[in-house]
Design a protein around this ligand. Structure first.
Ligand code: FES
Length: 136
């Protein structure tokens, strides 16, 4: 989702330069509370942000393969829409999308969403042992 960057009702905070995110790849943004947020860059230079948790069994979407405006989860290959966070049929379920804005080559996320959205989501017990899927 690419909201209007001039939307001054939101409190945007910079999280990365677009050039620091690989094309058709992603970068993880850690939060003080809650799971990480995965920021994706597509081949047509759009950016999207989703909770880094697959709606199937919690796989780290930031480690998936980006194609078009979708990402294939690395665990069982579900396809998740980057704009909605929802699985492509016949699979069902959605992960939480976050508003993202690209301004002058810098990716911004909404500070209020980062602080409040999807805080109750956890990694599945059989998932990665680390709280964060971001690599240091
Ligand atoms: S955890 Fe993502 S497809 Fe199964």
């Amino acid at each position: 989702m690419n909201p209007n960057p001039t939307d001054d009702t939101r409190r945007w905070i910079p999280v990365a330069r677009i050039d620091d995110i690989p094309v058709a790849g992603s970068r993880c943004v850690q939060r003080p509370q809650g799971l990480d947020v995965a920021v994706f860059r597509t081949t047509d230079e759009q950016v999207f942000a989703l909770l880094d948790r697959c709606p199937h069994k919690g796989g780290p979407l930031s480690q998936g393969i980006v194609f078009g405006h979708r990402v294939a989860c690395p665990l069982h290959n579900w396809t998740i829409g980057l704009d909605s966070g929802c699985a492509q049929e016949p699979d069902e379920g959605c992960t939480t999308p976050f508003a993202v804005s690209l301004q002058d080559g810098v990716v911004h996320l909404d500070a209020d969403e980062l602080a409040t959205q999807a805080l109750a989501e956890t990694r599945p017990l059989a998932g990665p042992a680390r709280r964060s899927s971001c690599t240091p």
